[in-house]
Design a protein. Structure first.
Length: 73
């Protein structure tokens, strides 16, 4: 049975989002990201005491593509 949709207001949509109106069988958004961070970058909590005397983040990435999303629909 077809879907009947009234007025739609779209404020914003992200880069790996899906905006679909109507009938759909499956929606599978995919995105790939790479994060470089130094020592103690993602620590959360109350009263943390972190001693990073030496922190070196190696960002040398020789390959061109790590995780290809093209064709994985």
């Amino acid at each position: 049975m077809p879907a009947f949709v009234g007025i739609v207001k779209l404020n914003s949509i992200g880069s790996s989002s899906v905006f679909h109106i109507g009938d759909v069988f499956a929606i599978s958004p995919q995105s790939v990201t790479k994060t470089f961070a130094g020592a103690g970058s993602f620590n959360t909590g109350d009263g943390l005491h972190i001693c990073n005397y030496y922190s070196n983040t190696n960002t040398n990435d020789a390959d061109v593509a790590d995780e290809n999303v093209i064709g994985n629909v």
